[in-house]
Design a binder for this molecule. Structure first.
Ligand SMILES: C[S@@+](CC[C@H](N)C(=O)[O-])C[C@H]1O[C@@H](n2cnc3c(N)ncnc32)[C@H](O)[C@@H]1O
Length: 257
């Protein structure tokens, strides 16, 4: 049997998205969900609660921002997630929701610039996603966000790292017990020219030792806050005053663009 290749609306296969996160999806929630759930409520909860048109979750992953948006707003939510493995976890989550919440959320299986979204939201959240996009992909993302937002809408985006690391940065994810097994992971970020190579190592331990190990590598592209602000300004986004978290950039789509 041949694998089915997902096609974009223009008939082209999605460029490399469908299979990314194939290893990571299994470990993502068990190792990172608790901490990240608290973080997304803290970073975007108030803004999402004020949405009156819709919420757009760009790079929804397994659904942390999507679920938070359904809980904290009353508007429709659009979750954009091109990677099949991440979308599978997202759909499983949505399937478990009460119908009245599930009916408010639409999942788009494309990159945002390939999803047919026009003026569907007044609040867009892009959490932990911009870092994964090369500059050329960021350039097509900004106008796509502008199209999906209504004039005066706001975008809250988690900033990518500003620079490549001078030496390897190691982040150990707290281990979690699941029945008789313990799940663990480690992220190693290293400089590779102007990119950051992020190697994710995962393991599952039983009483006798390590049962299995997996690795997946991601690339990240650093960008300074000033660079992102300039790029967004060319697409009619202006910084919103009064936002104090240094890790998040808040901008608004100028109504008179
Ligand atoms: C590191 S994950 C973060 C997922 C989620 N936001 C979270 O923090 O748990 C980045 C996600 O962005 C998605 N993505 C990458 N490029 C995208 C694009 N152009 N439009 C929408 N999603 C994209 C990837 O498939 C991936 O699931």
């Amino acid at each position: 049997m041949h694998p089915v290749i997902a096609k974009a609306p223009n008939g082209r296969p999605h460029p490399g998205f469908a299979d990314s996160y194939a290893v990571t999806a299994e470990f993502y929630d068990v190792l990172q969900a608790d901490r990240d759930e608290a973080r997304v409520h803290h970073l975007y909860g108030r803004q999402v609660a004020r949405a009156r048109v819709g919420v757009l979750d760009i790079g929804a992953g397994t659904g942390r921002v999507t679920l938070m948006s359904l809980a904290r707003s009353r508007v429709d939510v659009h979750a954009v997630e091109p990677a099949r493995a991440m979308r599978t976890s997202l759909m499983t989550r949505l399937a478990a929701l009460p119908a009245r919440q599930r009916e408010r959320v639409t999942v788009h299986s494309h990159a945002l610039d390939e999803a047919p979204l026009s003026a569907v939201a007044d609040v867009a959240v892009c959490h932990n996603t911009v870092a994964c996009l090369p500059p050329a992909a960021r350039e097509v993302l900004w106008p796509a966000i502008g199209k999906a937002l209504v004039p005066g809408g706001s975008l809250f985006l988690q900033m990518p790292p500003a620079l490549v690391p001078v030496r390897d940065v190691l982040r150990l994810l707290p281990e979690k017990r699941v029945g008789e097994h313990v799940y663990g992971g480690r992220l190693t970020m290293s400089a590779a020219g102007n990119r950051i190579r992020t190697r994710a190592d995962y393991w599952v331990r039983g009483a006798q030792g390590v049962l299995r190990e997996h690795t997946e590598t991601f690339w990240m592209w650093p960008a300074s806050r000033a660079r992102i602000i300039d790029d967004l300004a060319r697409h009619a986004f202006a910084p919103l005053p009064g936002q104090h978290d240094p890790g998040v950039l808040a901008v608004t789509l100028q109504p008179d663009r």
